[in-house]
Ligand binder design. Sequence first.
Ligand code: NAD
Length: 303
Amino acid sequence: MRSPLRPPAAVGFIGVGNMGRLMAPHLVAAGYRVYAADNYEETLRKFLAAHRGTIALSYNDHGAALDAVITMLPDGNVVREVLLGGGLADRLRPGTIVIDMSSSDPVGTRALGEVLAKRDVHLVDAPVSGGVKRAADASLATMIGGTAEIIERARPLIATMAKQVFLTGPLGSGHAMKALNNLVSAAGLWIAAEALLAGKQFGLAPETMVDVLNASTGRNTSTENKFKQQILSRGFASGFSLGLMAKDLRTAERLAKTTGAFSQLTQLCAKIWGDAAQALGEAEDHTAVVKFLERASGTTLGP
Ligand code: NAD
C-alpha cells in the first residue's frame, strides 16, 4: 500500500466558492501545497489574494505535479467535465487520488470512477454536511465512499477539514447518503414553514412557535438553526443556495426511483423545491424557500 498523503503533498483544489474557499485554507494551514482553480475569475482572485502561498492551478502545467485533486463544484456533471472534458485527468500521474467533496449524483460518480480507474487514477466520494459555519472551523461531517486502501491514503487530507468521518461503503455511497440527508433536511424545513404559516394565520407568534418546537418533538435542524437565525430575521444568508438544494432533491428522487423504494414524499419534495427554485431563482439562499410558501399563503413570517 502506498503511504497516506501527508503535508507537503501537492493538492489541486477546484471550486473555491461558498464552501471551497473556507475548506481549502485548512489544507494550507496543515502544510499542504495548494493549487486552486475556479472558473469564476473574481472568486479565484480573491482566494489567492487571501491565502498567500497558494497558486492558481493550470491543468496543463501543474496536473502532473499533483498528488491529489479535491473537487468542491456544483454537481457531478461539472466534476466530470473538469476532469475529462477539461483534460485534467490526462495530465494526472498514475496513482493520483481524486476526492469529490461536492454533492454529486452517485450513479455518475461510479461511472466516473470507472473511467478514471483505466488511467490508474483513483476516485473517492467524500461529500460534506455542516454548511459554511462548520467548513470555516473544520468541523464538517463527511461520508466517504471508495476502497479502503484509497480512503486510508486520502484520510489525512480529509481530516484537516472534517471532524466526523463516516465510511459508508463502495464508491458512490457517500454521494447517495448526502442526497438522502438533504432530503430529510429539506422536508423538515418545508414542513416547519407550513406549520408556522398555519399557526401565524391562527394567531400564534412565529418566535413562540419556534421556541415550542425546539423544546418539543417537532424540532429539527431548521427549527434549531435556521428559522430564527435566517428566516424570521429575514437574513436569508445561510450560504447554501436554493438551486443546489433542488439539485440534491432531484438526486434523492432518482435514487429512490431506481431502487424502487416507496417515495411519495420524496417525489413531492423534489417537485415543490424545484418549483420554488424556478419561481425565486436558483441563486437565492435555500432558506428563502419560505418566501414561496408565504406568497402562496398571502402572509409572511417576518415582522
Ligand atoms: P458554490 O456555487 O458557492 O461554489 C462552486 C464553485 O465552483 C463556484 O465558485 C464556481 O465558480 C465554481 N465552478 C463552477 N464550475 C466550474 C468549473 N467548470 N471549473 C472550475 N470551477 C467551477 O457552491 P457551494 O455552496 O460551495 O457548494 C459546492 C458543493 O458542495 C455543491 O455540490 C453543494 O451542493 C455542496 N454543499 C454545499 C454546502 C453549503 O452550505 N453551501 C454544504 C454542503 C455541501
